[in-house]
Write a protein that binds this ligand. Structure first.
Ligand SMILES: O=P(O)(O)O[C@H]1O[C@H](CO)[C@@H](O)[C@H]1O
Ligand SMILES: O=c1cc[nH]c(=O)[nH]1
Length: 235
């Protein structure tokens, strides 16, 4: 047990899928895993372990924002030995050609700051996805003809951002979408030698203001879960 995770040693699989929303963790575990068992509910942050096609998998909420994800990812990596961590999250599109419900595979992330920012001092560290996971996820999405984009994204700790100039600059630099966790996940994976990827579903459009309701964010993003599972266990 850790401060924030009540699972016993061995309860957490080496492969962990990380949605921000704990109820999405429950939905994904009950929909995709065989024999899902609740392994954490400290602070209501649900985590389940089961099997997918014979492979052990944990699906665990990360909460919203990099400070929250950082707590769970640190404990999953350092205390439970997680090796492969795949975020399955929602995101807001920053480009017209990226549409609501499309998938984005985050190749690299830009951020203003993350919990790891202070240790880099003057360095602009570039958090990037694991290439093996990224290419396997792309193959899985292409095989299923799921509309998918690969490229740079923006990880922000501010959902209600007042800085329109930031959005404009990111858009001009072909940033595909905004979400709130991937930069810290990729940085921790780099630090501890683990594999990480963010597979995102567009839930909102920053340019058109289209937005999906909360129940659909919780329960209807099956394509990204399927892509994440296939990528995690690709030969
Ligand atoms: O749907 P999740 O995975 O929570 O991801 C996105 O949704 C939350 C904001 O509504 C942030 O966590 C953001 O990254
Ligand atoms: O606009 C959005 C949608 C999902 N997540 C975000 O961080 N921003």
């Amino acid at each position: 047990m850790t401060v924030h995770i009540g699972a016993k040693p061995g309860d957490i699989a080496e492969t962990v899928l990380l949605p921000g929303d704990p109820y999405r963790a429950r939905w994904a575990a009950q929909t995709f895993l065989e024999n899902p068992v609740l392994v954490n509910e400290v602070r209501g942050m649900l985590g389940y372990t089961g099997t997918w096609q014979g492979h052990r998998v944990t699906i665990h909420g990360s909460g919203m924002g990099m400070p929250s994800l950082s707590i769970y990812a640190n404990e999953l990596i350092r205390d439970y030995g997680a090796q492969t961590l795949i975020r399955i999250g929602s995101a807001g599109a920053l480009q017209h050609h990226v549409r609501v419900r499309d998938i984005v595979l985050a190749q690299a992330t830009t951020t203003l700051g993350s919990p790891s920012r202070s240790i880099f001092r003057e360095l602009n560290f570039a958090p990037v996805a694991d290439f093996g996971l990224l290419s396997a996820a792309h193959r899985a999405a292409t095989a299923r003809a799921i509309p998918t984009h690969v490229g740079g994204i923006y990880s922000s700790d501010t959902f209600y951002d007042e800085r329109q100039d930031l959005s404009d600059t990111l858009q001009r630099h072909n940033c595909l979408c905004v979400e709130m966790e991937a930069a810290e996940l990729y940085t921790l994976a780099a630090r501890y030698g683990r594999r990480a990827l963010a597979v995102l579903t567009i839930s909102d459009h920053i340019l058109t203001h289209e937005a999906l309701p909360a129940d659909q964010r919780e329960r209807s993003f099956g394509d990204m879960v399927q892509i994440a599972l296939e990528a995690a266990f690709a030969p």
